[in-house]
Design a protein around this ligand. Structure first.
Ligand code: NAD
Ligand code: USQ
Length: 382
């Protein structure tokens, strides 16, 4: 299994999970996430070791090895040589710039995000075509590709009738940031590559991921990153980090924005299911990957309640939405494909919140030290 983006939040957790299931795992990462978080003056709330330290801790604790290559997916020769030499059964492509706010900072951050994400994916597709056409590509897209239409959201495709004729077509994409649009472009490129080169791919429309743990993250030596700043932190993770330093939780605008959410350990479970149930040759399939839909306002209240039970004095503050997005909308995405293949969440949101808050309370000083990086800037409105 080749994991692109193996040093990241999901990538490290997935690499360990697959190695512990007995797969030979090779990871590639250019460590850009570490540099980009440093660029905006923040750091991971949970201290993370270097990749070499984590690999050796994993070997010592679980007796399994993971091969790691430091390399850039935008370099075609690197990507082609790696894929040619391993001819992996599958590639899980997580190696993109994933922050919507980062992509909205200015033209340089927008163009960097587009170049990095779209070129990296094209390189993987070309390298598969040239050297390993039977490899299954599992590509991380995002639920945000669809936006928030006033319709149910199918998994990738829908039947449509227009002027008396019918067809099965890709569901319209209406992304909400330059980052989210890179995923839309990727999806179009992957679908086209599957058609012309008979490649096979699962394009995963994933919701927002939260959590600090998987079953294998049993020691601080193995922590995966956990960001909470306004640029790289995501909703539930930010709320939990804010709760432990008495910083008000900030549902933006009315707080009625709804999204699909999934725990880190369940995201790893879903990706494993997708890998172990590959599509046919030439098939391009889409899975919507989330557990439950919540509004950000409800989530803030939920974190507030749990925080109080743990003795924290949590408050919720509503601030103007720094983004351009619908603050109130219909949201009803389908998510049956992964469940049909056996996906079952193992922990409730309440269990997971308690675990996260306790993990973060042990590293309160690291969140406190970057307190000034929590308040969002209105990058969308500049
Ligand atoms: P992450 O930033 O922690 O991980 C991505 C990794 O890819 C990083 O370690 C980064 O250094 C690496 N990378 C980026 N560009 C690269 C390049 N050109 N060459 C080599 N390595 C490169 O992000 P994450 O939260 O683990 O997300 C993983 C994937 O899942 C991303 O594609 C993201 O868009 C998608 N996703 C994430 C979430 C979420 O809530 N975390 C939700 C939906 C989709
Ligand atoms: N939000 C708040 N308060 C906060 C942080 C976020 O109200 O403190 C709101 C945002 O305005 C938005 C929603 O919560 O309406 C989600 O924002 P987010 O920052 O948690 O997530 P987003 O920017 O959408 O991006 C994250 C990941 C990205 C992934 C995406 C999945 O960074 O890689 O693609 O979640 S999805 O949201 O389904 O598109």
């Amino acid at each position: 299994m080749l994991i692109a983006g193996a040093d990241g939040y999901l990538g490290w957790a997935l690499s360990m999970a697959l190695a512990s299931r007995g797969y030979e795992v090779v990871g590639i990462d250019n460590l850009s996430r570490r540099r980009n978080v440093e660029e905006i003056g923040s750091w991971s709330a949970l201290p993370i070791k270097t990749m070499l330290q984590r690999l050796s801790a994993f070997r010592n604790l679980y007796g399994k090895s993971i091969t790691f290559v430091e390399g850039d997916l935008t370099n075609y020769v690197t990507v082609r040589d790696l894929i040619a030499s391993y001819k992996p059964t599958a590639i899980v492509h997580l190696g993109e710039q994933p922050s919507a706010p980062y992509s909205m900072i200015d033209v340089n951050h927008c163009v960097y995000t587009h170049t990095n994400n779209v070129v990296g994916t094209l390189n993987i597709l070309y390298a598969m075509h040239e050297t390993s056409p039977d490899t299954h590509l599992v590509k991380l897209g995002t639920m945000g590709e669809y936006g928030t239409p006033n319709l149910d959201i199918p998994e990738g495709f829908f039947e449509i009738e227009y002027k008396g004729r019918k067809d099965r077509l890709p569901f319209p994409r209406m992304a909400g940031s330059w980052y989210h649009w890179t995923k839309v472009h990727d999806s179009g490129n992957i679908m086209f590559a599957c058609k012309i080169w008979k490649l096979k791919s699962t394009d995963v429309m994933q919701g927002v991921v939260y959590g600090t743990r998987t079953d294998l993250i049993t020691s601080p030596e193995l922590f995966t990153r956990f960001d909470f700043d306004e640029v790289f932190g995501t909703a539930i993770n930010r709320f939990c980090a804010q709760a432990v330093i008495d910083y008000p939780l900030l549902p933006y605008g009315k707080g009625h924005q709804k999204r699909g959410f999934i725990a880190l350990r369940d995201s790893i479970q879903c990706l494993t299911i997708a890998l172990e149930n590959p599509p046919e040759k030439s098939e391009y399939r889409v899975f919507n990957q989330f557990d439950e839909v919540y509004s950000v306002g409800d989530l803030a209240e939920r974190v507030e309640r749990h925080g109080r039970e743990l003795g924290l004095s949590v408050k919720v503050d509503h601030i103007d939405d720094p983004r351009v997005e619908a603050e109130e909308h219909y949201y009803h995405p389908d998510s049956a494909n992964l469940r049909k293949l056996g996906f079952k969440p193992t922990h409730t949101l309440d269990d997971e919140l308690e675990i996260m808050l306790k993990d973060l309370m042990a590293h309160k000083e690291r969140i406190q030290a970057k307190r000034e990086r929590i308040m969002p800037k209105p990058y969308w409105k500049r």
